[in-house]
Design a binder for this molecule. Sequence first.
Ligand SMILES: [Zn+2]
Length: 503
Amino acid sequence: MLDAFISRTPELADTSVIEFCDDGWSGKNFERPAVQEMIAQARAGKIQCIVVKDLSRFGRDYLTVGNYISCVFPFLGVRFIAVNDGFDSIRPTDVDSLETSFKALLYDLYSRDLSRKVRSAKKFRAQRGDFLAPFAPYGYVKDPADKARLVIDPEAAETVRRVFHLAASGHSADQIAMALNRETVPTPMLYKRAAGCSRTRWPSIEENNFWTDTAVVKILRDERYFGKNIFGKRIRDRVGHTHTVKVSREDWIAVENTHEGIVTREEFDRAQTAMREFVEHGELKKRDWPLRGKVRCGVCGHAMSYKLGKQMYFYCYTPRYNDSFACVKQVQGADILEVISDGLRVQAQMAVELSRLWEEQHREQKKDAAAVKKNLAGLRETHQRLSQQISGLYESFALGEIGKPEYLAAKAAAAKQRDDTAARISELEAALENMGADGSLRNGFVSTFGKYLDVKEITSEITAEVLKEVLVFPGDRFEIAWNYRDELEKLILDLQGEHQNGA
Ligand SMILES: [Zn+2]
């Protein structure tokens, strides 16, 4: 066809013709040997004109094609003709024509379409149950006889089975990882490497050499372990690129019984149920965090940092930048909680006991708020009179009416009376504050702490109510600062006063 075109084009009729044939090579690939050879000869000045059937035969990458047509060939003085496209670079309008680039663009799209066809062929194979990923999942190897089949790798499969059984029997992902690390079981990553995979995603020493909870959960969630094949979790987002994007679950191709399962469907489901429990439990723990903002280093006075995890612990950061403090290196959160719950029980017993004492005293003395108020008013008058008396004594001494020894003795006696009265006033004030309108005990310490006689677990609700903070000292010594200390003092003052006056 091209020969016919050349012979009926007058200016080409007498030229010698070299044929470049690239049958069998993908039109998309511009690195085709024939194309490269042709371009090399054009560069060497051996070619004056290039004639192709259509642009799609020359190359489907429109940017490259455009670049050759508009820059490379004009520079080399090579005329370019695409017969079916009616393109001839000798006509300047053709070179710039939108049509050219538009067609080139279409070829590029055509190429994309082809790749989609390749993809659907893969999809077809996946639907048939073929295993198409480049590497077998941990626990399997590709069947040497049929690369699209998975066969069990006995050693790694044993580990997979153990992971499922441990999870089903209630072990958390960290506990499972810990067990495997203790036995120095090779990780899936090391296994994959041994199988020839050189791709390392976020290379980290831990991931490579140690089992992590993430690695364990990944196994537990992988449905391939009961014989199901999944394809199309990710697709390339652009043709020819290696970057991939996630595909939503309903678009995955899942085929059951494509290979022998390492665990049964039942074992798999049991592990899922157990895993949901420990995941939820872990999240609950994160939400309920009773020691948040409550732990301080007793040595340097700074808030202690903490690490959450299975074993939550606190540490003081100060020694890392200041070695003049002998701070506590590490203390378990569980230990602090235990000290708090023990302490809280003691406080609760005290609250109950003090409340009982108060009721007893008030029953005996038949106290009521009105009587206390009347008594208090009298005492305040006495207090004022004594203060005036002391000033009067000083005046008499200054005027020479009394001598110094008499003055000092009289002043000391009056001052003692006045101080006793002041103390009695505070006691009655406390008593009034501790008494409700109906004459019963009203005290923040008693009502708050009295509830926790049988406290089992310290929650964040409890610590928010009763705990100001915990100070941590070396040698497992803790100092707890409780809330409602002023209320407790008021109650004790009240009780002491009643005791003294009643005796
Ligand atoms: Zn410290």
